[in-house]
Design a protein. Structure first.
Ligand code: NAD
Length: 492
């Protein structure tokens, strides 16, 4: 570690969510001599982080939190996370804390990461949509009120280009003349692989102004990461480039999915197989093989909002063609979901009335319990309008209360038929028994898919694996995976 580490004693994260919690935990884990405190105004979230039952599901997260939060005295059995500490740190004191007392901790901080929500302001409109920075600005105001001079503010949330100026303005109003440095440090972790992504990041991006003070601040931030990330993977660029890079990264990833989904539609009409096409083109190193999987489309709290933000930015810069280009990525995503539901209806002879439709998977991707902007939720909404007898949902990680609350809200808003019962089940067996169709909507490992060829698909139904208990879905049930080239048949 460089000399800059010595100056950093207290790091605070504002926002104990999917980004703030895991990122703070990994920074604390690799910097045992720095105190890392995560503050959040939500008492439930903080209580969760202080308990055994963390508020978010991420493989490996608990191991890291346990070591940094509870300390390690050498008596736990070795596991993967602890094994890494074995050589360098035989014992350690707790250095990761969670609190709702934002002011006290921010007042003591040397570096504050802002990791609060930055949702879409006016979702649902046809045009791009501005980012709602109200929570971000409010967090910045809280910091400005109590922070000590020389504070380094780090934008961890995904924000529109030139947001650092917004933070500077907040400080100018609330603490005129106080020295503060604003850095951009977007987070590239993906839910479901957050710990792996944080421990072995493809790169750490730091955006800083071109001033000597900003250079010192960015070195101090870099040295936090340098405890485990090779210096060659820590990239420093200008502030605006860094802010924009995060929006562009998400937009490009989503764009690959939408592109392949347009190809899937061509495949269905020509007899080509979209999985074969993806494999074939993915061998070209200029393209690479990842993010080429056709399927239901992208979900999650980030892709759509970040594309809409990019599109809005383009509009505000008087670049309507650019805005339209990025909006079409979202348009294709919505179209693909509607296409899938049409296919379901077609496979069930044109009507869902009186039928039970089972959904395996509700999270927006595997290995997370996050349901925000899940494509499965979109499928439910479309199915509901067709008045099936029952929509039966099973997901191995999503909490029943979360799904129920989301669907209740949707039913009230859209005035949907009471003829359809929507039930969340605790096991795949009850959800699928007696169903006319089983739709596999999240690629959880335990929902294996039928093999590729038509004959093989008929011969072997998917076999959900429920904690070692495997069973076959009934022969009379149609299985319709939401992924790959297995949709089969042409969609009208
Ligand atoms: P989240 O909703 O899980 O967490 C945000 C937390 O901030 C909430 O717990 C909320 O209570 C808290 N909060 C809001 N305002 C606050 C305030 N003024 N003071 C204290 N706490 C406050 O959100 P998230 O998924 O962690 O996303 C956070 C940011 O990171 C967003 O900008 C998002 O775009 C970005 N991001 C998310 C991901 C992801 O995979 N989820 C990945 C990269 C970047």
């Amino acid at each position: 570690p460089s000399d800059f580490t010595a100056e950093t004693r207290n790091v605070v994260f504002v926002g104990a969510g999917y980004v703030g919690g895991p990122t703070a935990a990994v920074i604390a884990y690799f910097n045992p001599h720095i105190t890392v405190t995560v503050v959040d105004k939500s008492e439930d979230r903080i209580a969760g982080w202080q308990s055994k039952h963390l508020p978010i599901h991420e493989p490996g997260l608990y191991d890291v939190v346990r070591v940094a939060r509870d300390g390690w005295d050498g008596v736990h059995p070795w596991d993967s996370a602890e094994a890494q500490l074995k050589d360098s740190t035989p014992t350690r004191l707790p250095n990761l804390f969670f609190s709702t007392d934002c002011d006290t901790h921010i007042a003591a901080a040397d570096i504050v990461f802002l990791a609060v929500n930055t949702p879409t302001k006016n979702a649902g409109v046809g045009a791009g949509a501005a980012t709602d920075l109200s929570m971000f600005e409010s967090a910045a105001r809280s910091v400005a009120m109590v922070a000590k001079p020389g504070i380094i503010i780090v934008e961890k949330s995904t924000v529109p280009c030139r947001t650092a100026d917004v933070i500077r303005d907040v400080f100018r109003s609330y603490r005129p003349g106080m020295p503060v440095e604003v850095l951009s440090n977007p987070e590239f972790l993906a839910e479901g692989t957050a710990i792996k992504d944080l421990m072995q990041p493809s790169r750490i991006l730091i955006g800083a102004a071109q001033t000597p003070a900003a250079h010192v601040a960015s070195e101090r931030l870099a040295s936090l990461y340098a405890s485990w990330v090779p210096r060659s993977s820590i990239l420093t660029v200008g502030l605006w480039s860094s802010e924009l890079s995060k929006l562009v990264a998400n937009a490009m990833l989503a764009q690959r999915i939408s592109s392949m989904n347009t190809v899937s539609a061509i495949c269905e009409k020509t007899g080509a197989d979209v999985d074969d096409v993806a494999f074939a083109i993915g061998q070209d190193p200029r393209l690479g093989s990842r993010f080429l999987k056709a399927g239901l489309g992208f979900g999650g709290s980030c892709f759509k909002k970040d594309i809409l933000s990019l599109s809005y930015l383009a509009e505000s810069l008087d670049l309507p063609e650019v805005a339209a280009y990025w909006r079409s990525v979202v348009g294709i995503n919505e179209w693909q979901c509607r296409r899938y539901v049409k296919l379901v209806i077609k496979k069930l002879n044109g009507s869902l009335r009186g039928k039970k439709i089972a959904l395996l998977g509700y999270a927006f991707k595997k290995d997370t319990a996050d349901t925000r902007e899940s494509q499965a939720a979109e499928v439910v909404k479309h199915l509901w309008g067709e008045e099936p007898r029952e929509i039966a949902i099973f997901d191995p990680q999503c909490r029943k209360e979360d799904i129920d609350a989301e669907l209740r809200g949707f039913a009230q808003k859209s005035n949907l038929s009471e003829r359809t019962a929507v039930n969340v089940y605790a096991d795949a067996y009850s959800a699928t028994s007696d169903a006319a169709a089983v739709l596999i909507l999240t690629e959880w490992d335990q929902f294996s898919y039928p093999p590729k060829s038509e004959e093989a698909a008929r011969a072997s139904k998917p076999v959900p694996d429920m904690g070692g208990l495997r069973y076959e879905i009934s022969e009379s049930t149609t299985t319709i995976p939401g992924f790959g080239g297995q949709w089969g048949g042409e969609v009208a």
